[in-house]
Design a protein around this ligand. Structure first.
Ligand SMILES: Nc1ncnc2c1ncn2[C@@H]1O[C@H](COP(=O)(O)OP(=O)(O)O)[C@@H](O)[C@H]1O
Ligand SMILES: [Mg+2]
Length: 152
């Protein structure tokens, strides 16, 4: 009881907010939903246009990869007055070689994905260029976890 009250107090003084999204693999129609939603939320907070853009761009790449390459996943976004933290977890085929996947132009996208206009192989490097911290952990046939931190 005391603990939950003190936690609520910390959240209150740090103005912490948390948003959570469930993503379904193959749900191409909804590519962009999470990043659009967060962008709208950020635009109503005291966050610069540059920051809200780099955060939305990175979340777009994260949600796209879950929809294109995983079975299902969640994206959790926590913001307070000094940072935005994005935690993405998915169940799926995972990434065999994270270093290789990070290289510009590397993609395993098939014909169908390319026909939809995705698969330039720039997503992970784009995230890496936009986030202040990027941490990736992945296990083949289990799934992938990404943590992104933005200092705002
Ligand atoms: N969540 C994920 N699950 C499985 N594989 C992924 C995931 N995210 C990225 N990958 C792998 O990393 C590669 C590079 O990703 P990215 O840089 O976003 O380029 P693209 O999406 O255009 O292929 C993908 O082609 C895919 O093989
Ligand atoms: Mg991608």
């Amino acid at each position: 009881m005391v603990f939950s009250i003190s936690q609520a107090f910390v959240r209150y003084i740090r103005k912490m907010e948390k948003f959570s999204f469930q993503i379904s693999g193959g749900d191409y129609q909804n590519i962009g939903y999470v990043s659009n939603t967060i962008k709208k939320i950020l635009n109503t907070r005291k966050i610069s246009a540059v920051n809200s853009r780099r955060i939305a761009v990175s979340i777009f790449e994260v949600e796209t990869n879950i929809i294109l390459y995983a079975r299902r996943g969640t994206i959790e976004i926590e913001l307070d007055n000094s940072s935005v933290v994005v935690a993405a977890n998915d169940e799926g085929k995972g990434i065999e070689n994270v270093w290789l996947a990070m290289q510009e132009g590397y993609t395993t996208a098939n014909e169908e994905i390319r026909r939809l206009g995705f698969g330039a192989g720039l997503g992970l490097s784009n995230i890496n260029n936009n986030a202040d911290i990027l941490w990736i952990s992945s296990k083949v046939n289990i799934g992938t976890c990404l943590i992104l931190v933005f200092l705002i």
